[in-house]
Design a protein around this ligand. Structure first.
Ligand code: 5GP
Ligand code: ZN
Length: 138
């Protein structure tokens, strides 16, 4: 299904929910996140409703990525930032709240205090074990 009636992002694309749009083309839409990690935080989404970017055909995924490459430098410069994080929360346990595929572009400055994730450590042999577990699935 192309549009989900009860999806907030589908309704933003349709214009039924207002949003601060920064970009639109045939396949892609981008707008400011209402609760920014940093001001200028932008969401880039496919116009077709997919729950996850993992479900997107390669043409649409590459259109979204091309748009990210266009939009991210503008987000950085327009926000007076120096760099950006590109993020995906894929799945509920990873923090995905809106089940319409989206990429977060978060403008960053040195010492802005934002920590995207903490750094843990492996016990001896554990890294090798995880490598092998992943390889077994691939
Ligand atoms: P997720 O946690 O699913 O990766 O991110 C969803 C994002 O969508 C959140 O950062 C949230 O602030 C943003 N968001 C949710 N509802 C709305 C909305 O109605 N308008 C806008 N502009 N952003 C929204
Ligand atoms: Zn949707």
């Amino acid at each position: 299904m192309m549009v989900h009636e009860d999806c907030v992002f589908c309704n933003i694309i349709k214009g039924d929910i207002p949003a601060a749009k920064v970009y639109e083309d045939e396949k892609v839409f981008a707008f400011l996140d209402i609760a920014p990690a940093q001001k200028g935080h932008t969401l880039v989404i496919p116009k077709v409703h997919y729950e996850s970017f993992m479900d997107m055909p390669k043409e649409e995924l590459s259109a979204v990525m091309e748009a990210v490459k266009k939009i991210a430098p503008a987000v950085v410069e327009g926000s007076g930032a120096e760099a950006f994080n590109l993020g995906v929360n894929n799945g509920e346990a990873a923090g995905q709240v809106v089940m319409h595929a989206h990429f977060h572009i978060i403008p960053r400055k040195k010492d802005d205090g934002l920590q995207m994730w903490s750094q843990g450590k492996y016990e001896p042999e554990e890294m090798e074990e995880y490598k092998n577990r992943i390889l077994a699935v691939l």
